[in-house]
Design a protein around this ligand. Sequence first.
Ligand SMILES: [Zn+2]
Length: 317
Amino acid sequence: MRKTVVVPIAFLFLAIPMFAATKVCIDPGHGGPDPGNSYNGIVEKDATLDIARLLRFWMQQDTADTNGGGGTWGIVMTRDSDIDPGLARRPIIANEAGADRFVSIHLNAATNTTACGTETYCQEGLSDSSLSCIFRGHIHDQLIAGLKLIDRGKKKKNLQVLRDAQMPAALSEGGFLSCASDAAVFKNSTKKTEAALSHLFGLQMHYSITPYVPTLTLTNQTMTPVSASQGWWRHYKINVPSGQRTLTITLSGGTGDGDLYVRRGNQPTTSTYGSRSRNANNEESIQILSPQSGDWYIGVYGSKDFSATSCKARYSS
Ligand SMILES: [Zn+2]
């Protein structure tokens, strides 16, 4: 009897992420009268809301992007403005929404200003093999890879938001605002995007999805700043109307070495593309004459780490 019940439930659990949106509750720490930590010109409640909104944006892009990899996400926020829902209310918002995962975003501080680096938490008392602690580990690994700050480890603590969440839950402390070098990271909008993407990659890994940067749609505009690590892509697409004489895609500025790949109809790879430009810097340009109408995919690939470059796609008739 028990066996016949257990097997279909296990199957259903594995099958759900493939067919339905995975609902994630994002909890930007602090807010309203509770500023959290405040050092080096950064207030925790503002930075956590910035990162949470960026995470939501990239999860929405990931859901909209049906061309490559990535996942399908439903998103609930415990706050989307400068308010404090209260510690007790935050996990209740996730519980009432029936969220599959809960992730709380914080930034650390200590009186010792030499304390620096990233640490992540699951609820005290849970085993390392619990889904909460596994989830914590996936986010931690991606934050370490993305922000490259000191690795202070995967930790456990008795925290109300983790304790009261009825779904697997983790809390990130991306860096120490009291540490000058960490604070500089969280002042930088590119790095805040990297922090948000690290949470997205952690979620993707947690659901057995290869970490994937979603495609952004460009409309005759410049995308800036564009940054990625060696071996990683930033994906864009532009919809070209019929009757255009040229489609020009350029990469310029910044540091490191990003390469440009363009392909009509599908995302380019390093082996399958329509055109590519691979100089030993970020100065790349591709012009297509009389481009066929439709979606053109632009890939900026990290031949080496590159940062703060601009990608421009423009058609003209
Ligand atoms: Zn905090």
